[in-house]
Design a protein around this ligand. Structure first.
Ligand code: CP
Ligand code: NVA
Length: 305
């Protein structure tokens, strides 16, 4: 039976922990420049409806470093742009490549693709979820703090795909997740209700300076996700009190590190002094995308490093 990674909830707690450990092993091996080519001859298909720097390049580079190769496609360059269905595309691409990563507007597109695909499918971001990002974030927290559980993440900003992914992670690990967002910009209701019904330690709040107190991680993301460009003016006003600046980091206390999945809009959701400051781990966080993508591909293809 093929496995997909559409949501963090596709994984068990044990699988999440071993993905982090595998990614750490791969990172070490990469730093020693030891050749490791277990995916020689395998091909990763990449279908991206939206722009990407980190996800695209870390998957492509990661696949090459493991001995395989990658083919990047955007809908415009394929027959999808001329009306071929996502289901037919999934059936055909499954005959050519070994594993797929998709970045889509509608989460439903990904679910439909995975249903008709006979190979593993990875969510490289949808409007609802960004599971690869939250897995590599967990790896970064583990590296920086030694904790895989028992920490408190305060996500400050929009209740978007990243916020939803953090909530999903709290359904698998014993962590506390606080989403500190403006009213009207809460995370997805069904993601939240599922987590609460399973007893996950998640909370939605609207008071950033109170919410961040005692956080191990202050996390933020753009106020305007891809596809929401038309709402930019309105959002800039509503989100202003949720900016992560030095005053907010001070309110968090000395123990908090700063994380951002990037790309950052400096001066909006985060100020230069915070993202470039001592408590920011964003560059290691971005690097870890590479190591985690490799761990994910190996896992879904039935290999272990
Ligand atoms: N964080 C992240 O997914 O970045 P990209 O949009 O550059 O892939
Ligand atoms: N929430 C952002 C994440 C980008 C990596 C977006 O969807 O655009």
């Amino acid at each position: 039976m093929k496995r997909d990674l559409i949501s963090i909830r596709d994984l068990s707690k044990e699988e999440i922990v071993s993905l982090v450990k595998d990614a750490v092993t791969l990172k070490k091996r990469h730093s020693l420049r030891l050749p490791y080519l277990p995916l020689k001859g395998r091909v990763l298909g990449m279908l991206f409806e939206k722009p990407s720097t980190r996800t695209r390049v870390s998957f492509e580079a990661g696949m090459c470093q493991l001995g395989g190769s990658a083919i990047f496609m955007s809908p415009k360059e394929t027959q999808l742009g001329r009306g071929e269905t996502i289901e037919d595309t999934a059936r055909v691409l499954s005959r050519y490549v070994d594993i797929m990563v998709l970045r889509v507007y509608s989460h439903e597109t990904l679910v439909r693709f995975a249903r008709f695909s006979s190979i593993p499918v990875i969510n490289g971001l949808s409007d609802l979820l960004h599971p690869c990002q939250v897995l590599s974030d967990l790896m970064t927290i583990y590296e920086k703090t030694g904790m895989l559980e028992g920490f408190r993440v305060v996500f400050v900003g929009d209740g978007n795909n990243m916020a939803n992914s953090w909530i999903n992670l709290a359904t698998r690990l014993d962590i506390e997740v606080v989403i500190s967002c403006p009213e009207g910009y809460e995370p997805d209701r069904s993601v939240l209700e599922t987590a609460l019904s399973e007893g996950a330690r998640v909370r939605v709040s609207h008071t950033p300076y109170e919410d961040v107190k005692g956080a191990h991680v202050v996390y933020t993301d753009v106020w305007c996700s891809m596809g929401q460009e038309g709402e930019r003016e309105e959002r800039l006003k509503v989100f202003r009190p949720f900016q992560v600046n030095s005053a907010l980091m001070e309110a968090a206390g000395d123990g908090a590190i700063f994380m951002h999945c990037l790309p950052a809009h400096r001066g909006d959701e985060v100020t230069d002094d915070v993202i470039d400051g001592e408590r920011s781990v964003v560059w290691d966080q971005a690097e870890n995308r590479l190591h985690m993508q490799k761990a994910i591909m190996l896992f879904l293809l039935g290999e272990r490093p």
